[in-house]
Design a protein around this ligand. Structure first.
Ligand code: 5GP
Length: 116
């Protein structure tokens, strides 16, 4: 069974976060330890999927929703033309620390040296 993480508390507004995007499926909020001038996390609101490796075929549209949300936010913030990076970490070797699937949006500078 999927375990709740700190991100469930952010979804329920039980702990504070700077929420910058929300739709029926996706919540976007600023990363607490930003690795780039703009660093926002996009997460599913209604399902806990620990890692990309746990994604089932019928859940695949959710990844598109995370990507569309990130792209819409980047466009709205005037970041799309200069560009941005999307990252999903899966498990230990990628350095995943929160096991509620999420998409990082990094932007606001040339990102050669920025990773998550
Ligand atoms: P991961 O390393 O799992 O891909 O990314 C998890 C991200 O969540 C990290 O970049 C980390 O800084 C961020 N994070 C962890 N706890 C919190 C929190 O309580 N609030 C916010 N806004 N970000 C968090």
């Amino acid at each position: 069974m999927s375990q709740e993480t700190i991100f469930s508390k952010i979804i329920r507004r039980e702990i504070p976060a700077t929420i910058v995007y929300e739709d029926d499926e996706v919540l976007g909020f600023k990363d607490i330890a930003p690795k780039a001038p703009v660093h926002v996390l996009f997460i599913p609101k209604n399902q806990i999927i620990p890692t990309l490796d746990d994604l089932r075929a019928e859940q695949a549209p959710l990844i598109g929703r995370l990507a569309l949300a990130a792209a819409a936010y980047a466009r709205e913030q005037g970041l799309a033309e200069d560009g941005y990076r999307i990252v999903m970490n899966c498990r230990e070797h990628a350095g995943q620390t929160v096991f509620h699937i999420h998409m990082h949006l990094l932007a606001g500078a040339a990102l050669g040296d920025f990773g998550v």
